[in-house]
Design a protein around this ligand. Structure first.
Ligand SMILES: Cc1cc2nc3c(=O)[nH]c(=O)nc-3n(C[C@H](O)[C@H](O)[C@H](O)COP(=O)(O)OP(=O)(O)OC[C@H]3O[C@@H](n4cnc5c(N)ncnc54)[C@H](O)[C@@H]3O)c2cc1C
Ligand code: FES
Length: 499
């Protein structure tokens, strides 16, 4: 966000018509819109805030087909053919970015590096050997190695050659401009609030304007207008990121990830003439749970311990959604959908996933889907519950948060118990209020009931935001929606004499 241009496209203020409406201007929405515009269709993109500034603006930006551990699991659960299709489609997306960047002359800091999934604990090496074998069988240039460019020893690693690092905002802002050059529309600060599915479809917006189109793509990260009850198949996972400059001579020569130690993902990016920016991600958690300040400290300590002498210059957080069978959901929105589509559930790998969504949804809409489309079809989860353990575990978690008894950490008895700079949930006059007291002592109260499906929100002190553990909606201290699936702000409350 700090190293790319900002955008200021005008909101949609008048009713308009298009061939396709794309709701959501992240990598999935923008790649879909751009690919469709290349087929001659008029496409309108509606973005609630600014384009490429949602999860896509705060990602680690590895563009890779090595997704921690996926190939051996796919081979075992859905067969070797599924693992092959996954590799072909994901690596195809990696190459698509290189191709488009060259064709449009986009300087998006593309760099080729190998990708590694590593373990430090020797107990994990068998799993990595199996992954290297499955990835190779799926056609990727994969091998099992014990040497990496990391400044510490590993017990073993899967290595896949020829992966990419890039700057997703630089890439996507160029696609948006190219799309507009082809007669498409990009409207920011235009939240879609209603979807009428028909022939044609109609999308209504917060600004009052409506878009009428034959097809609609919902690419809002967590899907809004969830006709397929996809929220039962998606669990939100927030992650923290810290970044520190290092000298070029200390570069690690690749992109790395491990599931150990609460997950660690490491890459570097260009950062001036003789330095690179080391970017470290980890400490995954369900939004609205636990102590995020403590987690940031753990991640920063890990970074400084493993890369001695570094000083953390940036820190941020973002979240992605895991589908219950760990494969993204890209395709028809619900079992009866004829003109509506969705792209979601990227499980931490939505850069290749978002680019792939662009090709897949364009193929479906133009009647020429790629041979691997079925792998990602969201309707696969509507048969017998194949992903039963993950599905049941997510439902159980949501149920628990719905009742609210896991959230005691941010619950207090009275508003007076809330110190400056923090927030807590308080029962006031029979309802639960989410109360924030700023550093000057001013109190801001909103309803603690999430406007999505009514779970109780909890306070994230490191990011000064209210978070809903059920499906990951996030709200500012005045109740504004920071992240969906919620469409509406938390209701403002006047605590009057109760403060
Ligand atoms: C910390 C972190 C690191 C990651 N690192 C990697 C990585 O290295 N490689 C990788 O492949 N993936 C990575 N991912 C995952 C990847 O970043 C995401 O999967 C991907 O960016 C999701 O893109 P998206 O387009 O679905 O969502 P977003 O980028 O969030 O876009 C959705 C857009 O929809 C808009 N929107 C929401 N509701 C509405 C509405 N009602 N109307 C209009 N617009 C709306 C939002 O404002 C947003 O701009 C990472 C994720 C995290 C959290
Ligand atoms: S995000 Fe679904 S209830 Fe809050």
């Amino acid at each position: 966000m700090a190293s790319a241009d900002t955008t200021s496209y005008a909101p949609l203020t008048e009713d308009t018509e298009a061939d396709v409406t794309v709701i959501g201007g992240g990598i999935a929405g923008l790649c879909t819109a751009w690919e469709l515009s290349r087929t001659g269709r008029r496409v309108v993109v509606l973005e609630a805030d600014r384009i490429a500034a949602g999860v896509t603006g705060y990602t680690t930006a590895k563009l890779s087909s090595l997704h921690t551990l996926v190939y051996d699991r796919l081979r075992r659960t859905r067969g070797s053919g599924a693992a092959l299709q996954y590799a072909v489609s994901q690596q195809g997306a990696v190459e698509r970015v290189a191709e488009v960047a060259q064709e449009l002359g986009i300087d998006c800091e593309l760099e080729r590096f190998p990708a590694f999934t590593y373990v430090r604990d020797p107990a994990g090496t068998d799993q990595l050997r199996a992954e290297a074998d499955a990835a190779r069988e799926a056609g990727l240039p994969a091998s099992y190695v014990t040497e990496t460019g990391l400044p510490f020893d590993v017990a073993g690693a899967v290595r896949v050659e020829d992966q990419l690092l890039f700057h997703p905002r630089k890439y996507l802002l160029a696609l948006a401009e190219d799309l507009r050059g082809r007669g498409g529309g990009v409207y920011e600060r235009t939240r879609a609030t209603g979807l009428h599915e028909g022939s044609p479809c109609r999308v209504t917006t917060e600004t009052g304007a409506t878009v009428t189109s034959r097809e609609v793509v919902v690419a809002t990260h967590y899907p809004v207008f969830d006709r397929a009850l996809l929220f039962t198949r998606l669990s939100p996972r927030r992650e923290l990121v810290v970044a520190a400059p290092i000298e070029t001579g200390r570069d690690i020569g690749g992109m790395y990830i491990t599931e150990e130690e609460g997950k660690r993902s490491v890459r570097t990016a260009p950062y001036g003439a003789d330095r690179r920016l080391l970017v470290v991600t980890g400490e995954t958690f369900t939004p609205g749970t636990g102590d995020t300040i403590e987690r940031f400290k753990k991640l920063a300590d890990w970074t400084v311990r493993n890369f001695p002498g570094t000083e953390i210059a940036y820190r941020w957080a973002a979240q992605d959604n895991d589908s219950t069978d760990t494969v993204p959901l890209i395709g028809p929105f619900h079992p009866g959908a004829r003109h509506t589509y969705v792209a979601t559930g990227f499980g931490g790998w939505g850069l290749s996933g978002g680019v792939l969504a662009g090709s897949l949804l364009t193929g479906l809409i133009t009647g020429d889907p790629p041979p691997w489309a079925g792998l990602y079809d969201p309707r696969r989860l509507w048969g017998p519950v194949r992903e039963a353990p993950a599905f049941l575990s997510h439902q159980a978690k949501v149920g628990m948060h719905f009742i609210g008894d896991r959230l005691r950490t941010t619950h207090v008895d009275s508003v007076a118990d809330i110190p400056p700079g923090t927030g807590a949930v308080v029962r006031v006059g029979g309802q639960r209020a989410a109360v924030y007291r700023d550093e000057e002592g001013t109190v801001q109260a909103v309803s603690a009931r999430c406007t999505h499906l009514g779970c109780l929100v909890a306070f994230n002190a490191a990011e000064t935001a209210w978070e809903c553990p059920c499906h990951g909606s996030r709200f500012g201290t005045e109740g504004t929606v920071l992240q969906g699936p919620a469409l509406h702000p938390l209701e403002q409350l006047d605590l009057g004499r109760d403060v």
